[in-house]
Design a protein around this ligand. Structure first.
Ligand code: GTP
Length: 359
């Protein structure tokens, strides 16, 4: 990775993370345990590895937990500032709200829920060589019809921000990471909600500003949904997604200190077994995330699912693509399939309840 100097990092972490409920009832999305550490630790490790040391977190929902965990950032070799929005200001408003904490001429702004392998040095270098007002990381994806697309011209300048359509003219999408000249941030209206995607970028283009694209095809994932969250965690554990914050060796499973995996249990597919969590004999845990203290009883199957802290899966139960809130209990023999979510503290009795989102 090319080293970067003379930029601040801004990370937007104030969203409510509604698509990841009920996990985000107890922790904001960027703090969810992902491959053994808060999701944000992976992004911070990438920022530090690129040589950026000053980081401003734009917080709102559950603002206090970030500072409680990361403090002043010194343990990570960073200087972390926190800015709290009393009322959520949306993405553009959140960027404007941190303007007075910025020290450098340029700031790299990150959505706090993206895993990416893009070279931050190249991103900033492209911005500087182009002399752009804003440079967006544009990701090439195999299925651009699921996203709005962002075409660029032969020089790399962004020409439009297009809504989702079945046949987009380009496979480039907004990857949720931008370099801003500080003056451009200062020009965003202050004190009210502003969407950077729907308001700031289109209006910059309309005003003739130089909006540039840095097109990349390395690893990229928005972990905003449960399916993406478990995939992202497994990719980190298996070394597919870049990080230097993994608390163990890369492999098929990550078992944190105090995790218990019985002989005869199978834990594979990049699964994480949290501290004090237990997987009993005959159970299979594949590509799943077990938060601290979760328990999987004998002969149960847990695939591509998230078990909240202290959640319990009964003997012989089967969970595929499921989210259990903290302390939820799934009785023996139950079968829960794709999209099922059990709220914190809820108990499903033994005896073979079958539930799927399309049942
Ligand atoms: P959903 O409710 O599931 O859509 O998740 P979200 O609330 O995180 O929204 P979204 O994924 O669209 O947000 C993208 C990024 O911007 C995330 O990192 C959010 O934390 C962040 N974000 C969204 N809204 C705000 C806000 O009002 N203030 C701040 N500071 N950050 C925000």
């Amino acid at each position: 990775m090319t080293a970067v100097s003379g930029v601040d990092a801004v990370i937007l972490v104030g969203g409510k993370g509604t698509r990841l409920r009920p996990l985000t009832l107890s922790a904001p999305k960027p703090m969810l345990p992902t491959a053994g550490v808060p999701f944000l630790s992976h992004l911070l490790s990438r920022i530090r590895a690129a040589g950026i040391t000053h980081v401003v977190l734009g917080t709102s929902y559950r603002a206090e937990v970030f500072e409680e965990f990361f403090g002043d950032g010194a343990a990570l070799g960073l200087e972390i500032d926190y800015v709290v929005e009393d009322v959520p200001l949306d993405t553009g408003g959140a960027i404007r709200n941190v303007a007075d904490r910025l020290r450098a001429d340029d700031a790299v702004v990150f959505n706090g829920d993206i895993l990416s392998g893009a070279d931050l040095g190249e991103l900033v270098g492209t911005h500087r060589r182009a002399g752009a007002d804003v440079t967006l990381h544009l990701q090439r994806v195999p299925d651009p019809s699921r996203f709005g697309s962002v075409p660029t011209d032969a020089e790399g300048r962004v020409t439009a921000f297009l809504e989702k359509t079945p046949n987009p003219p380009t496979d480039q999408i907004n990857a949720g990471c931008y370099v801003f000249r500080r003056e451009v941030i200062e020009d965003i209206p202050a004190g009210r909600p502003v969407s950077v995607e729907r308001e700031t970028f289109p209006s910059l283009l309309g005003d003739g500003a130089h909006v540039h694209g840095f097109v990349d095809s390395s690893y990229w994932l928005d972990v905003g949904t449960p399916e993406a969250f478990v995939r992202g965690s497994a990719d980190l554990v298996r070394g597919v997604a870049p990080t230097s914050a993994l608390p163990g060796p890369v492999g098929e499973a990550l078992c944190l200190d105090g995790a218990k995996v019985a002989d005869g249990a199978t834990v594979t597919g990049g699964a994480t077994v949290g501290s004090g969590a237990e997987v009993a004999a005959g159970a299979t845990v594949d590509g799943a995330v077990l938060f601290d203290g979760a328990v999987v009883a004998p002969d149960a199957v847990v695939e591509r699912s998230v078990l909240g802290a202290g959640a319990r899966v009964g003997e012989g139960a089967v969970l595929r693509g499921v989210v259990l809130g903290d302390g939820a209990v799934v009785g023996a023999g139950c079968e829960l399939l794709d999209g099922a979510r059990v709220w914190p503290g809820v108990t499903l009795p033994d005896g073979g309840i079958r539930f799927s989102s399309d049942a």
